[in-house]
Design a protein around this ligand. Structure first.
Ligand code: NAI
Ligand code: ISE
Length: 344
């Protein structure tokens, strides 16, 4: 029997996940949708020829008897409430980042999941499913370059809308590096500092862009992460890890090279949808399969969502203070100690 899934929020990524579950992946079907914009929800049902009911809100969708699992793909501030309701109803829930907009909100989810006594929550940190990052992880775990010492990385978007603010550079964008890097090196963060280089003429007046975030881990690794969201030329994700015995680098997305008109060139992707399409597919397939096969989810945990929130909070503080700010995590609950999160 297929996993019956309800989707809360039928915007950009909600539609993408609906499409992949309906047309690409195995074992799941969309049976329910809701959006504060009810017309948008109805439109999605029509566009994807879904055999799904449109619910007026998340309460009624989560309560529906034929909904086994929920995807939360609404705006960030609405995530916490929907996730808490899903856990209380004993339903599996995949939540796009952020798990909640505050560390306190993430802790409320962590505590509710612990009370439920089994893993119900997976956070949408899809980079852990990207084949390039998985290769980096395997190389690090197999000590191919010895101990990692430094990480240089960049997260570049071609452009952002006028609603994108300076804090979103860390909360919305860098959050993917924040999640994937501590997972890669199996270390916790100690401190963060934000440096503003010369501002790009392509950034709107209210936005500081680019930014450099310097992160130190408890084990002494220093990460310098560039965020540049008006780079114009493409969607470009870079990650180079310098170790005691060598260097490993995230592979570039595969693309043909062209020899033409006296040039040798390779395309650069322009958006995150295509850059991580395979990772999203594997991530959602893992959500479906883990529930079907083990009765529990197995991807990034609510605790990972909490780590991300504490770290982005510290980054926002560092944006304002210009100082090095501590990343103060609470002690990891026993419940999350036994879960190894995704290594496909
Ligand atoms: P969007 O604005 O295109 O869609 C959000 C939808 O949620 C809208 O249709 C809106 O009407 C609806 N909505 C808002 N509040 C709601 C509520 N309380 N109940 C039901 N529906 C509600 O936004 P987008 O780009 O789809 O982003 C959604 C979430 O996914 C965000 O949290 C974003 O950070 C995350 N995201 C994650 C990405 C990733 O790489 N993992 C990439 C893009 C977005
Ligand atoms: C967006 O929300 C994402 O999650 C993308 O992966 C990221 O590259 C972009 O900067 C964010 O706005």
């Amino acid at each position: 029997m297929k996993l019956r899934i309800g989707v809360i929020g039928t915007g950009a990524i909600g539609k993408e996940h609906i499409n992949r579950i309906t047309n690409k992946l195995a074992g799941g079907e969309i049976v329910a949708v809701t959006d504060v914009n009810q017309e948008a929800a109805q439109q999605v049902v029509a566009d994807y020829s879904l055999n799904a009911k449109v619910y007026p809100d998340d309460d009624s969708l989560i309560a529906a008897e034929n909904v086994d699992a929920v995807l939360v793909t609404s705006w960030g501030p609405a995530h916490e409430s929907s996730v808490l309701k899903a856990i209380k109803a004993n339903k599996y829930v995949f939540c796009e980042k952020p798990l909640a907009t505050t560390a306190e909100g993430c802790m409320r989810i962590v505590n509710e999941e612990i009370k439920a006594g089994k893993r119900l929550v997976q956070v949408g940190f899809m980079r852990r499913y990207d084949s390039g990052y998985v290769q980096l992880k395997e190389a690090l775990d197999n000590h191919v370059i010895g101990e990692p010492l430094m990480i240089h990385c960049a997260h570049r978007n071609p452009a952002v809308g006028e609603n994108y603010t300076t804090d979103m550079a860390v909360v919305d964008t860098l959050v993917h590096e924040i999640d994937v890097l501590h997972w890669l090196v199996n270390d916790d963060y100690e401190s963060v500092q934000v440096i503003y280089p010369k501002k790009s003429k392509n950034a709107l007046p209210h936005l500081k862009d680019p930014q450099i975030v310097v992160v130190e881990t408890k084990g002494g690794i220093v990460i310098n992460a560039e965020i540049y969201v008006n780079c114009k030329y493409g969607y470009d994700i870079q990650c180079e890890i310098v170790g005691e015995d060598g260097i490993i680098k995230l592979p570039e997305p595969a693309s043909i090279s062209v020899r033409k008109d006296g040039k040798f060139s390779t395309d650069i992707l322009m958006d995150w949808q295509r850059r991580f399409v395979d990772a999203y597919d594997v991530e959602i397939q893992d959500f479906i399969d883990s529930i079907q096969q083990k009765g529990e989810v197995s991807g990034p945990t609510a605790w990972d969502g909490y780590i991300a929130a504490v770290t982005t909070d510290a980054c926002v503080k560092a944006q304002e203070s210009g100082q090095k700010e501590p990343v103060a995590l609470q002690e990891k609950p026993e419940f999350y100690q036994s879960f190894t999160t995704v290594q496909k």
